[in-house]
Design a protein around this ligand. Structure first.
Ligand code: SF4
Ligand code: SF4
Length: 388
């Protein structure tokens, strides 16, 4: 197993981590997966309060003498907390479920905007965390993130975080925190834990036929999942890639690859294969934005690359998935960054190396994703914020 340095944790982390959101059915099968992971050298297990039955299952396994063999990560569902008493109640329940008296890595789960972080701060999370750390019950504090790049950086700057967990894969290289956010966090010395390396399976068993063809022609010996994972292993800033492996064969394949691909292993030619695959996934009608961010900043705060990325990604999934992503990533965070904010000033277009007609394309995004469902969702958000 390849290990990556994580000074903050005081020990190196296996580049492949075990995502514990879904185990195979039955305690025996789940324990076998965890045992095989440990045997293969995996030392990072990631669970959460809201993963059904997961903390209990992990706890039962760790209680068989394995607690000190893993870096155990779990999460605080801030969205279920109305007071600091909820932090206590949930954390105590987690310790009980996990049959342990400490958590190595504790994450504020699914932060998506600075507003959400501020709400948790107002509830007293900073004092609460300090107390739990002093008591030795939390070793390291971090957050998992799904939101816009600028919001990610703002949250990173707002607290003395020790690690972070972001969605990253070759298709989302310039979405959410993205490679840019990852580097920003790495420059602060934070270990980077990667989730959704295969985009919930859409880059593995649900890959589009055209993209399958691209990979089959380039390297028929690798599975699509291995193509996805090796892209991440190749990045030096990535500390650990979480994979929800629930079959032995997946562990064998993924571990074999984790031995082979170290940072900088992939050739320029191989990296071009990913670009072709991304084009194939997007299909016809996709906007040719490379996510370089040169067009920024927009005086009205439009997150141009994110709007285009979600538009493209919605072409390969469904309108509904795209709409959900769009609302979540451009309009539910701190400051809205949606395409509809564009006032057509045109100052972004000369900066675009792809010479994209950005104003016109943003209107295409507005037509697709800022209809009635968008208006309803954002007005509900305004009402909720007003009530708070
Ligand atoms: S044209 Fe629109 S997106 Fe571009 S800088 Fe102006 S307001 Fe922003
Ligand atoms: S400059 Fe062009 S290619 Fe780069 S992010 Fe902006 S729109 Fe996309």
């Amino acid at each position: 197993m390849q290990y990556r340095e994580a000074k903050v944790f005081g020990k190196d982390v296996s580049v492949l981590g075990l995502g514990c959101m879904r185990f195979p059915r039955g305690k025996t099968a789940a324990h076998a997966i965890m045992q095989a992971s440990l045997d293969a050298g995996i030392n990072y297990f990631d669970t959460a309060y809201v993963y059904p039955g997961s903390e209990e299952t992990v706890g039962e396994f760790l209680a068989q003498g394995h607690r000190d063999e893993v870096i155990l990560a779990t999460k605080l569902p801030h969205y279920l907390c109305k007071s600091a008493a909820d932090f206590d109640r949930i954390f105590e329940e987690e310790l009980k479920r996990l049959q342990t008296d400490y958590v190595d890595c504790y994450l504020i789960h699914m932060l998506a905007s600075p507003d959400q972080w501020q709400r948790v701060v107002d509830l007293g999370i900073e004092d609460w965390t300090a107390r739990r750390k002093e008591a030795g019950q939390i070793r390291h504090i971090g957050f998992s993130f799904h939101g816009a790049n600028a919001d990610f950086k703002e949250i990173l700057d707002a607290y003395d975080w020790e690690f972070t967990q972001i969605q990253l894969n070759y298709f989302d290289a310039h979405a959410q925190a993205g490679l840019d956010g990852m580097r920003y966090a790495a420059e602060k010395g934070l270990p980077i834990i990667v989730m959704e390396p295969l985009r919930g399976g859409t880059l593995a068993n649900k890959l589009s036929p055209d993209a399958q063809k691209v990979f089959d022609e380039a390297g028929p010996d690798l599975s699509y999942a291995q193509w996805g994972l090796q892209w991440l292993y190749n990045i030096p800033e990535v500390t650990c890639v979480l994979s929800g492996m629930n079959e032995m064969q997946q562990i064998i394949e993924n571990v074999a690859l984790a031995d082979l691909v170290t940072p900088g292993t992939l050739s320029g030619e191989t990296l071009e294969v990913y670009e072709r695959a991304v084009q194939a996934i997007r299909g016809e009608g996709a906007i040719g934005c490379t996510g370089c961010h040169y067009c920024e900043p927009c005086p009205k705060g439009v997150d141009i690359p994110t709007c285009f990325h979600i538009y493209n990604s919605g072409l390969s999934t469904s309108w509904f998935a795209g709409e959900y992503d769009y609302i979540q990533n451009t309009s539910l965070g701190g400051k809205p960054t949606n395409a509809g904010r564009c006032v057509q000033c045109g100052s972004c277009e000369p900066k675009c190396p792809q010479q994209l007609p950005i104003r016109e394309l943003l209107q295409t995004v507005v037509k697709r994703y800022e209809g009635i469902p968008y208006k309803v969702a954002t007005s509900v958000k305004r009402r909720v914020m007003h009530q708070n």
